[in-house]
Ligand binder design. Structure first.
Ligand code: HOZ
Length: 426
């Protein structure tokens, strides 16, 4: 019998390139048919064939309090009943900005936008406008959304499909992007020594989640902080994935390193399209209508999306929230490693807060080059075995995984039982 997922995928490909609205969803690197999701609740979602999965992508991060949390749904319903979009300011937007400024150590002022891509693109423009410089530094394997200057040796879907620099990016744009090695402070020192006065900003995922999970070393982040301050460049932390994920104040709270600007998304929208960029007030004042750097959006600060985000931000401030999330994620990672060892598979796993990485390698990779040595074929076999057993992992060896506050002991136990079978098929 043909599955509904297959029927929907065949139909989708007629009207949409590759049948999906975001490339990694197409399952191309793991092979097989994408699952079309019909509903989700807590740690689970169900596909078009009615099959239930324990979900470890959580919409790639936002579903931190679990899917369809009653408080989030109620807030969204109340806001929707008052009107969907005004194109004029609301009090809820002030509340949201105040919450973000209160919770993220380096943010004095913040602007709301609708996607992580938009936030990173705007932060970059702001950094260039505020410094009057063009050159930016990014790191190989980091993904900061799909703005032109940032699609150079990038992670996520570009890495998944083995084409890290996108077509359609003019050489004239790409030449302003210097791509350096992640976790290599010496190289950063050398580049700043040679070109420090031309550099507008350094943008980094402090806990990278787009080349699998790869946390920065403290030395790497401290070095970029020192060099940016010395040379008048701005340091941008892209915390779209790790913000409100690895700790309440994001990676910057965890590492104790303060960027000049921060890019946020995912969790701050609670599943609806909210993202943000913010930071030092003296930098933010360069934005229109105060300054000459332009940025705007009809759906920026949308009242329904802000309601979802605000209620999620309230929920994650419950005492012990991050301790419990981190402990549950660590339990998962430890159990997976034990299951692999029992099956004799060269595998390890790591987590930071509610994010985790799975590596088919004898040791946890510390650099992009080491990450590339992970066994993709083994990952794909494991992915499909787990999927069959009702566990949905990211459909790519180069994406991080996400645990929610609703992944209780029984969800973790069920996952580990599946893994004990799946590792034997690798
Ligand atoms: N770029 C996202 C993962 N890093 C995937 C977004 C999506 O497919 O929803």
């Amino acid at each position: 019998m043909t599955s509904q997922n297959e029927t929907l995928f065949a139909r989708a490909q007629l009207s949409t390139p590759g049948g999906v609205n975001s490339p990694v969803r197409a399952f191309r690197s793991v092979g097989g048919t994408p699952r079309f999701i019909t509903r989700a609740l807590g740690p689970h979602f169900w596909d078009a064939d009615g099959k239930r999965y324990i979900d470890y992508i959580g919409s790639w991060g936002p579903a931190i309090v679990g899917h369809a949390h009653p408080q989030v749904i109620a807030a969204v319903q109340e806001a929707a009943a008052r009107g969907l979009s005004f194109g004029a300011p609301t009090e809820a937007e002030i509340e949201m900005a105040e919450e973000i400024c209160k919770l993220v150590p380096s943010i004095e002022q913040v602007r709301l936008v609708s996607s992580g891509t938009e936030a990173a693109m705007s932060a970059l423009r702001l950094a260039r406008g505020a410094t009057g410089r063009d050159t930016i530094i990014k790191f190989e394997g980091c993904y900061h959304g799909h703005a032109d200057s940032l699609l150079v040796k990038a992670g996520s879907g570009l890495l998944t499909f083995g084409n890290p620099t996108s077509g359609g990016v003019p050489e004239d744009f790409a030449k302003h992007t210097l791509v350096l090695n992640y976790n290599n402070p010496q190289q950063l020192e050398e580049v700043f020594k040679a070109k420090g006065e031309q550099i507008a900003c350094v943008i980094v995922e402090p806990v990278a989640g787009n080349m699998n999970l790869l946390p920065a070393t403290k030395e790497f982040l401290q070095t970029m902080r020192r060099l940016c301050s010395r040379h008048g460049a701005l340091l941008i932390f892209d915390e779209v994935m790790c913000g409100f994920r690895v700790a309440l104040g994001g990676a910057q709270a965890l590492y104790g390193v303060k960027p000049d600007l921060t890019v946020l998304g995912k969790v701050i929208g609670g599943g609806l399209p909210v993202a943000a960029f913010g930071g030092r007030a003296d930098v933010m004042k360069h934005l229109a209508p105060l300054g000459g750097v332009y940025q705007a959006g009809t759906l920026s600060g949308n009242p329904v999306a802000v309601a979802a985000g605000l209620s999620t931000l309230k929920l994650v401030q419950a005492p012990g929230f991050y301790e419990a999330l981190g402990a549950q994620t660590a339990k998962l990672v430890k159990g997976l490693s034990a299951a692999a060892q029992a099956a004799g598979v060269a595998f390890c796993a790591d987590s930071v807060g509610g994010m985790f990485g799975l590596y088919f390698a004898p040791q946890i990779p510390k650099t992009y080059a080491e990450m590339m040595t992970c066994d993709k074929a083994q990952f794909n076999a494991f992915f499909h075995a787990m999927l069959e057993l009702g566990v949905y992992l990211a459909p790519s060896a180069f994406e991080a995984g996400f645990v929610s506050a609703q992944h209780d002991d029984s969800a973790i136990e069920e996952t580990l039982a599946a893994a004990r079978i799946a590792f034997k098929k690798v």
